[in-house]
Design a protein around this ligand. Sequence first.
Ligand SMILES: Nc1ncnc2c1ncn2[C@@H]1O[C@H](COP(=O)(O)OP(=O)(O)OP(=O)(O)O)[C@@H](O)[C@H]1O
Length: 421
Amino acid sequence: MSQQKQCRIWSLSGLSVEDRVLLDSLASLGWAFPAEAECGSMVGLAFVQPKDELRKVMEQLAAHSRMLWIVVCDNNQLSELSRLFSLGIVFDFHHRPVQIELLSATLGHGLGVHKELLQLPEPSTFSHDMTGLYDKARRIAGTDISVVIHGPSGSGKEYLARYIHQHSGRSAAPFVSLNCAGLPANLIQDELFGHEKGAFTGANQAHAGVFEQAKGGTLLLDEIGDLPLELQGNFLQVLQQKSVRRLGSARYVPVDCRIIAASHKKLSDLVSQGGFREDLFYRLNVIHLEVPALAQRRDEVLPLAEYFLEQYAERYGVRKHLSTEARFLLQEYHWPGNIRQLQNVLISAATLSDTSIISGQELNLEHPQTELASPLADQVRLFEQQTILRAVRMNGGCRNKAARQLGISRHTLYRKIRQSD
Ligand SMILES: Nc1ncnc2c1ncn2[C@@H]1O[C@H](COP(=O)(O)OP(=O)(O)OP(=O)(O)O)[C@@H](O)[C@H]1O
C-alpha cells in the first residue's frame, strides 16, 4: 500500500457516526487508514469525544509522542487540550464540524513535516545489485524475522536497517541503535538491559535499556561481533524469554521490538574462532543481507556523488557541479571509507570550492597505497593497466582514441589489454 496518504486512527472510546462520515469523506480524497500493524505512516488522527477523560487522552497521545497527532475534538475542549500543543505532542487541532478540505491539507502537511523531522532516509540505489538488496529488505520489512547485515564500515548497514524499520509496521515506534564496539562490558550491559535507581553506586536515576527504549519499534545492535561473550549469553536469554530485567529489579518487562544485528566482521568466522556463540548466531542470522563495499559497486559512485551534491544544494541553496577530472577521480578512487567517505569528500569539496565547479584537486583524495612489498615490475604493470583502463573510460570506451591519447599504437593497446585480462 502506498504510504503517501496514510494515517493512523486513534480514539479512546470509539468513533461517532459523525466521525465515520468524516473518515469516508477523507477516503474519497485519497486517504487510507490501515490497521496499526500495517501502517507505515507517522501521522495520526485522534478523535476525542465529549465524554472522554482528557487526562487519559493526553497520557495516551504522549505515550506515542513520535507520532504526529492531529486532534479532532469539540470546540469547548480546545483550550484544555491546547496543553498537548504546547508540549509538542499535537501538531494541530480541528473542531467539529470539521472542514474536510482543511483537515486533508493538515494531514498532508503533517506527513511532509514528520518526514523532514525524522530525516527518513530515501533509498538511493543506483545499481542493479543494490536495488535487489533494497527490494529484499522491503519484502522482509513486514515480518519480525531477525536480520543480520554484514558489510564494511560506512557502506550503509545502518541506512539499510533504518529502511527496513521505515517500511515495517513498526515505523511509528522508535528506531534505536546501539554500537557494541569500543564500550566496556559493564557499560554495554547497562545500555542493553538498563538499571533501577540505586542498583549500584552512582545509579541516581533509573535507566531503561535499549530493549525497552525500542518498544514497539526496531533495535539495531551495531557491531554485534564485538559483544563480549559473557553478554552474548544474557542477550540470548532475552531473545528466548522475550523479556528483559533491569539491573536491580525483580520485574521482567516484555520485549517487543524487531532485532537487527549488523557487523563488519563475518559472524560465521567469529563462530568458528570461538568469539561468537553459535546458538546466538543461528538465532539472529535468519535473514542475511550483504552490503558490498563501494569499490565493488563503482557504477553507484557518480550517481551517489550527484545525490549528495543535490542534498547539499537543498540544504545550502548552492548547487555545485563536478568537473570531468573530478568525476574521473571519484570513479577511479578505491573508497576505503565507503559511502561515508564519499559523502564527506563531496560535502567538504562543495564547501571549500571557490567556484560552482568542483575540480579534481578540490576533492583532496589521497592516492591509493600501492603495495610497496610487491616487486617493481608488478607495480609498473599495475600502473600501466590502470592508466590504460582510465584512458579507455575517459574516451567513452573507444580504444582507438585511448591509444592516440596515450601515444601508443592501437595494436600495443590491444596487446596490453589482452595481457591484463
Ligand atoms: N544508499 C544510500 N544512499 C544515500 N546515502 C547513504 C546510502 N547508504 C549509506 N548512506 C550514507 O552513508 C553514511 C554511512 O552509512 P551507514 O552509517 O549506514 O554505514 P554503516 O555501514 O552502518 O557504517 P558503520 O559500520 O561505520 O556504522 C551515512 O551518512 C548514510 O546516510
